[in-house]
Design a protein around this ligand. Structure first.
Ligand SMILES: NC(=O)c1ccc[n+]([C@@H]2O[C@H](COP(=O)([O-])OP(=O)(O)OC[C@H]3O[C@@H](n4cnc5c(N)ncnc54)[C@H](OP(=O)(O)O)[C@@H]3O)[C@@H](O)[C@H]2O)c1
Length: 402
């Protein structure tokens, strides 16, 4: 992966470049580098707001708990909470008290818990970031919502459409926010793609292509995960899909996000069943536009591109389809011609995701990726897995939320 680029921003614009919308992707460096003794720093440090929780207490920061003490919380979520203005990591949940305590100590959390009920009884916690194994998301979310905690759930939201629906309905019934961890929505490249599409700068969109792969050279076979990570090899815990649930789901959501449309029909082909290493999908959107999505492992030198082809031009994000904020963008069209590059920033998309969720609580609005987005992406996952099994196209019937 390239971490830097020789491309210069706005190298050959024919017209004013389109800046990606800042609405969901605040520049965290601009926020964080504020001198704490300047007026803005003092205001930010002492900004007191009433959290929208059942207790309505006043706090200086939003109290987070991470449900799960695995690799994703360790490498990304806890450090990102540490970098997010107005966020405080209060607690973590592990099935084992020793692991919970060790995680809490490593990341400066106030407490480690091994029982969900004990964690939920901690009044310092306003929101939970659910990052447990896929099949556990529903139980953790339902419990947290019933305890009046807001929920940001990792993808895949759930391992079945019924579970995803239960998550949405329980959060709604208990008056808590539900957001989804689709960090690709916060890469400025993808915000730019969304703006170009909605402003009609690429003309009528004819085709989208998105790919998320990973791998290292010299890795001829999948090395199964074991121990605490063994659940990744268990079809039930995973929800019947492997790279589809791990990587493809991000790209399905990206297609929906950029196009502002639902996916109505899918066909899929995978290398193996039930836990595939390579998956290739065709998606049809509301207006008939087609998207090709592929994902897989054992793909060293993978490009991780996202391309939108329209009748008047093309958008390409190179290496933007990744957890870290990185990569390049090229736009060629009748009216907009520009390039842009991002230096590698491992946590920027996650910090933006947390910042947006906190703003959603403060402003009492929906987060950038909602529970409904999670439900729709779960419908796509489920249809894709069914199509790969049967070899047939599957139409998606969207579930209504009561
Ligand atoms: N948004 C993204 O880009 C992104 C990236 C990576 C992962 N994720 C998502 O984040 C979630 C966690 O991923 P991870 O990489 O952190 O997983 P992980 O490293 O495998 O950790 C999961 C933890 O869950 C516990 N666990 C293991 N087996 C379990 C079981 N059968 N039942 C209940 N708990 C079990 C273990 O901790 P204890 O035994 O200590 O409880 C384990 O450390 C997944 O849903 C994944 O899809 C999202």
């Amino acid at each position: 992966m390239r971490a830097d680029s020789s491309l210069t921003n706005w190298t050959f614009s024919k017209t004013e470049p389109i800046r990606s919308s800042p609405r969901w992707a605040p520049d965290i460096h601009r926020v964080c580098c504020c001198n704490p003794f300047c007026v803005g720093g003092i205001i930010m440090a002492f900004q007191v707001y009433r959290n929208k929780n059942s207790r309505g207490r006043l706090t200086l920061a939003l109290g987070w708990a991470i449900i799960g003490a695995g690799m994703h919380p360790h490498l990304k979520l806890a450090p990102a909470i540490g970098l997010t203005p107005g966020a405080e990591l209060i607690a973590v949940l592990s099935r084992d008290q020793g692991r919970a305590d060790a995680f809490a100590e490593t990341h400066g959390a106030k407490a480690g818990y091994s029982k969900m009920d004990d964690l939920l009884a901690d009044s310092r916690i306003d929101a939970v970031f659910v990052a447990s194994p896929n099949s556990a998301h529903v139980g953790h979310t339902v419990q947290a919502a019933k305890a009046g905690k807001h929920v940001l759930s990792e993808k895949p939201m759930a391992t079945s459409v019924d579970d995803a629906l239960a998550m949405v309905q329980t959060c709604k019934a208990n008056g808590v926010k539900l957001g989804l961890g689709f960090e690709l929505r916060f890469h400025p490249a993808h915000l730019l793609a969304k703006d170009l599409v909605s402003l009609g700068k690429l003309g009528r969109i004819r085709l989208l292509q998105g790919h998320w792969g990973r791998g290292e050279r010299g890795e001829p076979e999948h090395l199964p995960r074991s121990g605490l990570r063994g659940w990744w090899e268990d079809p039930e815990a995973m929800g019947g899909g492997s790279v589809i649930m791990g990587l493809g789901v991000h790209v399905f959501d990206l297609v929906r996000f950029v196009m502002g449309q639902e996916i109505t029909e899918v066909t899929a082909m995978t290398d193996t069943q039930p836990l595939e290493h390579i998956a290739s999908m065709s998606l049809r959107l509301d207006d008939g536009t087609i998207a090709n999505v592929s994902c897989g492992r054992m793909l060293p030198d993978t490009l991780n591109n996202f391309t939108v082809y329209g009748t008047d031009g093309r958008f390409t994000g190179t290496a933007t389809v990744w957890e870290a904020r990185m990569g390049d963008v090229e736009v060629v069209s009748e009216t907009v011609n520009q390039t842009e590059s991002w230096d590698y920033d491992y946590l920027a998309n996650f910090v933006a995701e947390l910042t947006d969720f906190q703003a959603a609580l403060k402003e009492d609005r929906e987060p950038a990726a909602t529970g409904i987005d999670g439900l729709r992406s779960t419908e796509v996952n489920s249809a894709v897995i069914q199509s790969a099994k049967t070899g047939r196209a599957v139409k998606i019937e969207h579930r209504a939320v009561k």
